[in-house]
Write a protein that binds this ligand. Structure first.
Ligand SMILES: C[C@](O)(CO)[C@H](O)COP(=O)(O)OP(=O)(O)OC[C@H]1O[C@@H](n2ccc(N)nc2=O)[C@H](O)[C@@H]1O
Ligand SMILES: Nc1ncnc2c1ncn2[C@@H]1O[C@H](COP(=O)(O)OP(=O)(O)OP(=O)(O)O)[C@@H](O)[C@H]1O
Length: 290
């Protein structure tokens, strides 16, 4: 039996997300500070002759059919670009909420590409890998090497890794799916229409307080349209802002997951208890971000 290869697919959090306009191809130009959580899905690859996928875990039933799974899409796109690519059976343990603004499917797809790169001795900078990532979805390139970075364009421009201070966070999802295209559409921009918004502040790495001050100058432009589509996001934000010593609460990506930032892991864990008590059915996770 060949040795399985394993990797974590961490949740992606957009600490900021500025929409600069809508391109002629319909996609939106973004500027986003992206970080990754200590929580996520797990992916294994057992080398074998055929490409296959098994999905287990608490949110597996919500992740759609195997044929449409982004793990398979990414693997197929890579196999089309690399001759005699060694493949196998992926085993995905799905824990993250689905259609939640934390890039679950994108991070799984990027994890699949990392495992295939390892199995085939390909560097992560290999053009076929980069292209497979980009064609799988807008969030996949930034998830390929999961660490804090600025993401630009429609997601295809990924900046250098940033050494940000570790943040202590609470992630809350009211367990309602929110579809990304619906939220972008609700911005109401026409193809080719630009926005004249304030420039994105430069990510600040000198201390947690400096980073928080920078984050407060920025925003998530998808939050207002998402709140109209799914009012539970507003309720999640309000509950989070009422938890003891919450420093900042904001939505990630296109929602519905919201994150709160705290001074230490005890404060984040206490806030998790407060929200779980009020909303026992919601997904509530204290974690760190970097
Ligand atoms: C909102 C974010 O999660 C922020 O990181 C991403 O921009 C979305 O990334 P994603 O879910 O991987 O997006 P995709 O699956 O590639 O695209 C889904 C749909 O979202 C819209 N979309 C996505 C990315 C982007 N920059 N502009 C868009 O308008 C398009 O309608 C697209 O058809
Ligand atoms: N491995 C996967 N995990 C979750 N969803 C998947 C996966 N593969 C395909 N999907 C499909 O992708 C859609 C988006 O799910 P996902 O959890 O990636 O959204 P998201 O968290 O909003 O992502 P993003 O933040 O990148 O917009 C779902 O409708 C789901 O059926």
């Amino acid at each position: 039996m060949p040795q399985p290869l394993a990797t974590r697919a961490p949740a992606k959090i957009n600490l900021t997300l500025h929409v600069l306009g809508r391109r002629a191809d319909g996609y939106h130009d973004l500027e986003s500070l992206v970080v990754f959580a200590g929580t996520g899905d797990d992916l294994w690859l057992v080398p074998g002759d055929k490409l296959a996928l098994e999905v287990t875990g608490p949110t597996a039933p919500l992740a759609g059919s195997h044929a449409d799974n982004l793990v398979m899409k990414a693997a197929r796109l890579l196999a089309e670009r690399v001759e005699r690519l060694k493949v196998g059976t992926f085993h995905l343990t799905k824990r993250l909420p689905v259609a939640a603004g934390i890039g679950g499917g994108s991070s799984d797809a990027a994890a699949a590409l990392r495992l295939l790169a390892r199995l085939n001795g390909l560097p992560l900078s290999h053009p076929a890998l980069r292209e497979a990532a980009r064609l799988t979805g807008a969030d996949v390139p930034v998830c390929l090497e999961p660490r804090a970075r600025m993401m630009r364009g429609a997601g295809e421009e990924v900046g250098p890794g940033l050494n940000l201070p570790r943040l202590f966070a609470l992630l809350v999802n009211p367990r309602v799916p929110v579809e990304t295209p619906t939220v972008f559409r609700a911005l109401g921009l026409q193809p080719g229409q630009g926005l004249t918004a304030a420039a994105h502040p430069t990510p600040e790495a000198s201390s947690p307080d400096a980073l928080l001050a920078m984050l407060r100058e920025a925003r998530n432009d998808l939050e207002p349209p998402a709140l109209k589509i799914q009012p539970l996001i507003g309720e999640a934000l309000s509950l989070m802002r009422e938890t003891d010593s919450c420093r900042l609460a904001r939505m990630s990506g296109s929602g519905a997951t919201v994150f709160g930032l705290y001074d230490d892991c005890e404060a984040a864990a206490k806030a998790a208890r407060q929200i779980r008590h009020l909303k026992p059915d919601w997904w509530v996770k204290a974690t760190s971000l970097r």
